[in-house]
Design a protein around this ligand. Structure first.
Ligand SMILES: [Co+2]
Length: 374
């Protein structure tokens, strides 16, 4: 539930570090598809080279010839590029609409609550990296394992006609029966125990009375607070028959997460995560959302380090015993977003599909251990 920027209440604002990233140099971004990406990159590059040597009518003629050539390039594209183009013609779904919110669910008195629950204010992202001793690691593993079990159970509920509110109720019940607190409930005033983000919703969707439909995708983001430690994980599930392009998006997003985890270990720089994710996403013509970030996780829900999933120059290296999340969001189109007036639900600006996967991981001497598994 962490995001860059302070313009919205939908996540912790990063007053110091966000301004750096938001005003940093523009980052190379792949276009909507590999085929179209090729066109948009090629045209300005070649024209700028030619204009140094030519002028006037001659230049205009060369540009015209060049653009004719580019059209030929497009239509003689490789079978692979043609396949990508056809996959792009995904079935257009109607825009996501909000449903009705149900009553806030109670949490039994005996369950330990995180400190932010007593206030409606959005907590700041803590500056402290969370590095654990053996006892802390054991607690992180227990919280991670519970979060993973809850998420898998939530996934079994996904089918057409189920409401996101029913998923929330089931998740809430399972978490409190395990003696834990559902971390999103009351975080900055978030009204539910889990985030359910459907189709073009990038993240922070609020469970409501909307029924899932055949062909939807839904990210379920579970965080539990167990014995004073948070475990945070999410997956995007398919509901019924999902079109090929969207299925590919979901698969590639998951692969991005696992490839990023595979390069993590003590001493590796954080910026390698964004590079790894971007490389794979670009290969499939998908785009990596920049606004929402991974974060340190442990006794505090959101702390440094901020994990950027796009190409970046974020400083610093991973340290043994440190725990943080990686949680890339990929889209089939724009990475710009709009947030509903509930202050949370964030959608792609152009209505394109978005998928997200997340794990909490522990950095070790030789690699990274996924905590949110069992
Ligand atoms: Co998270």
């Amino acid at each position: 539930m962490a995001q860059l920027g302070s313009s919205s209440v939908a996540g912790s604002s990063l007053a110091s570090s966000s301004s750096f990233f938001l005003t940093g140099r523009p980052l190379l971004r792949s276009s909507f598809s590999a085929v179209r990406g090729r066109e948009t990159v090629l045209i300005p590059k070649k024209i700028s080279i030619l204009s140094r040597r030519l002028s006037g009518l001659e230049e205009a003629m060369r540009i015209r010839r060049l653009s004719v050539n580019l059209i030929i390039v497009k239509y003689s594209a490789s079978p692979r590029a043609r396949e990508l183009e056809s996959l792009n013609k995904a079935r257009k779904k109607p825009p996501l609409r909000r449903g009705k919110l149900s009553e806030t669910l109670p949490v039994p008195e005996h369950i330990l609550r995180p400190p932010y629950v007593t206030t409606k204010l959005l907590p700041e992202i803590s500056k402290e990296h969370q590095i654990h001793d053996e006892e802390g690691i054991a607690c992180m593993k227990a919280a991670g394992e519970l979060a993973a079990r809850v998420l898998d159970f939530a996934g079994t509920l996904v089918r057409p006609s189920v409401t996101t509110d029913e998923i929330d109720k089931a998740v809430h019940k399972m978490i409190i029966e395990a003696g834990a607190y559902p971390s999103p409930l009351g975080y900055g005033g978030f009204p539910k125990s889990v985030c359910t983000s459907v189709n073009e919703c990038m993240c922070h969707g609020i469970p409501d009375s909307r029924q899932l439909e055949d062909g939807d995708i839904i990210n379920i983001d579970v965080t539990v607070f167990l014995s004073g430690y948070h475990g945070d994980t999410s997956k995007t599930f398919l509901c019924g028959n999902v079109d090929e392009r969207t299925k590919r998006l979901v698969k590639v997003t998951e692969e991005c997460l696992y490839r990023a985890i595979s390069i993590c270990k003590d001493g590796v720089s954080f910026k390698k995560i964004g590079k790894k994710i971007s490389e794979l996403a670009e290969r499939y013509g998908f785009n990596v959302v920049e606004r929402f970030v991974g974060h340190g996780v442990g006794q505090v829900f959101h702390s440094e380090p901020i994990i950027l999933h796009h190409r970046n120059n974020y400083p610093g290296c991973m340290v043994e015993g440190e725990t943080f999340t990686i949680e890339p969001i990929l889209t089939t189109g724009s990475i710009e977003c709009v947030t509903w007036d509930d202050g949370w639900t964030t959608l792609t600006a152009d209505g394109s599909m978005a998928a997200q996967f997340e794990h909490s991981i522990l950095i070790t001497k030789t690699g990274a251990e996924i905590l949110t598994k069992y």
